[in-house]
Design a protein around this ligand. Structure first.
Ligand code: TRP
Length: 361
């Protein structure tokens, strides 16, 4: 079976280390491992507009930011097609047909959409486009016959929805579409990285994100003010790990090599945690270590970003080429879908012949 990978992000802001932990690092790993037929990474501007209709400039400005974040993480335009969702109109056409296969009540049950509606205070005024974005996401995935979708945990309901649409489509119109599988990050802490304030999620509006493009000083300042255990007041006090954002970040990012390089008195994270919970280990020391870990992870990212920033037109050119290639692939699937749905009137000579006969008594 072919191995086709697709993922994407909404361009509503710069990407942060939560994106890196949840999906970006996995994409780079998969890319470097190779052995796939195609890999697509999509900037989901049309999806971003479903709840930013009055803010098109924000979406427009963030296209290049997200592209720079992709490139700086090590996604290579030689190995991956990076494209912009709105530049592949086939996706809208597919969405329109998939809408007939999904009920309103099924969309209402989607837990990610539910919590997003709450977060945005949309309860009484949900834009239809926003409400139906899981369907458009199914189009994004199936247009490329993607069977592997590396995403964060919050995207699982979308993949589930996509699978249902695929099964329904294939059962009604015949085997046409491919069912995708989500690929989650292996480390549990990477599934949902909390904000630096310990709140459940990193979000630009809460100001609790560490961005991939942050300077070393910004990263250090954010780490040093991170939420830990509020009851860990004196160094000698035993510290708590649950809800302690610093340790969650270490769970997500620290390796034994980091300990060797920056904190050799501990062999690994388990030893550090044991000391912390026993008491006698201060937050500052743990934070300084986390800072080293993040800086060493972000340093190559920053260096690549600097290089790409020197030639912004080339970044747009990468997206343009990627979008053209993505459109060619999506057009093939759309033609198959239309033929399966029997809306391919002009290319069906048999149809025209039969209709002609009907009228030639
Ligand atoms: N919903 C994703 C997000 O909020 C973006 C996205 C759009 C996506 N289409 C996709 C992700 C298809 C994976 C596959 O970031």
């Amino acid at each position: 079976m072919k191995k086709i990978i697709l993922t994407g992000d909404r361009p509503t802001g710069r990407l942060h280390v939560g994106h890196y932990a949840g999906s970006l690092s996995e994409r780079v790993r998969v890319q470097n491992e190779g052995g796939y037929d195609n890999m697509y990474v999509m900037i989901a501007d049309a999806q971003a507009l479903t709840d930013n209709a009055e803010n098109p400039e924000k979406v427009r400005q963030n296209i290049v930011e997200v592209a720079l974040d992709y490139l700086s993480c090590g996604l290579s335009p030689e190995k991956v097609d990076m494209f912009i969702q709105s530049q592949v109109p086939e996706l809208c056409e597919l969405s329109f047909y998939y809408m007939n296969l999904v009920t309103v009540s099924r969309l209402q049950r989607n837990p990610t959409v539910k919590s997003e509606i709450q977060m945005r205070n949309f309860e009484t005024s949900i834009p239809v486009g926003f409400f139906t974005y899981p369907i458009s996401q199914a189009a994004d995935i199936t247009a490329f016959k993607a069977n592997i979708v590396p995403v964060g945990e919050d995207q699982l309901p979308m993949i589930e929805q996509t699978k249902e649409i695929v099964r329904k489509f294939n059962s009604v119109y015949g085997e046409t579409l491919v069912e995708p599988e989500a690929v989650l990050p292996k480390r549990k802490a990477c599934l949902r990285l909390p904000g630096t304030d310990g709140k459940a999620k990193m979000s630009k509006s809460l100001g609790n994100c560490i961005y991939l493009a942050d300077t070393p000083d910004e990263v250090r300042a954010k780490v040093m003010s991170m939420y830990t255990d509020p009851d860990h007041i004196k160094v000698t006090d035993p510290g708590k790990l649950e809800g302690n954002a610093v340790f969650t970040y270490l769970d997500a990012f620290a390796t034994d090599e980091h300990f060797k390089a920056f904190l050799p008195e501990y062999a690994n994270l388990d030893e550090l945690k044991a000391h912390y919970t026993r008491g006698g280990l201060g937050d500052m020391k743990v934070k300084r270590f986390l800072n080293e870990v993040l800086q060493s992870m972000l340093e190559p990212v920053r260096a690549r970003r600097k290089e790409y920033e020197k030639d912004i037109p080339a970044v747009y050119e990468i997206l343009k080429r990627g979008s053209e290639k993505a459109e060619r692939a999506a057009a093939v699937t759309l033609a198959e879908v239309k033929s399966a749905m029997k809306i391919d009137y002009f290319s069906d000579e048999e149809l025209i012949r039969v209709q002609k006969e009907k009228y030639s008594v």
